[in-house]
Write a protein of this length. Sequence first.
Length: 276
Amino acid sequence: MNICRQNSRTLLGFCLEIAGKIRKNTCVEFVWSMTVMSTIAERIQTIQKNIEAACRRSGREPEQIQLILVTKTASMAAIQEVIRLGFTDLGENRVQHLKQIADEVDAFLKQQQAENPSFPKQVRWHMIGHLQRNKVKQTLQVCNYIHSVDTLRLAEEINTVAAKLDHHPNVLLQVNCSEEPQKYGAPVGAAVHLAEQIASMPNLRLIGLMTMAPLTMNKEVVRACFARCREIFEEIRAENIGGAKFKHLSMGMSQDYEIAVEEGATILRIGSAVFA
């Protein structure tokens, strides 16, 4: 009898200890979650203020700038938070990770929709990294936008697969305006002709150009790269290639987006400045 009483007390004590740990862990997780939410919101607010300042310096309006949040280094909790904040244009640069993260986001959206019908039903995925031809189908099953079309063969493959899927993806021609040999992108001298070829493909919607600046602290080198892309963009528009839908310059990332805005960017691809 004493042994049973002693065991009961031991079991009771163990249960109370576990319950205390659960409460403690739940509190820790809640505080951590609130901290993440607050930090992300503050970072986005800072980015928006910097964009507004860059627009004032260059005589532009902040409404002209579209923000794509790049999920490469982000946790699912962080991605869910930016969606809650109203940001539904998400970018990814790896096809394999894109499919995984898109499935998780879809599950989250369905759960939120069940609880709140006004919650966003979907996000728009942007492929911003180098795309191999054998991964085009996987990409088109998820993405509305491909920013990294840099060869005629890739464009032809996207057009062929898109026709089979009855899709009309929005594509941007990536141009290597920094002329760095290690970077992807069409050569500057070939960009206009390649844009004309892509624009003629029936299942593709050529909507603009994309470029990446060199990783350097020299702001004038970065500015020159973006300015060169804008010049090519204006040359293509002057020839009416792509028509009215050709209106976007995707350039500027976490380290150089303010310069990109000053040089005419309409799409910014921001990752670490939000999720780091």
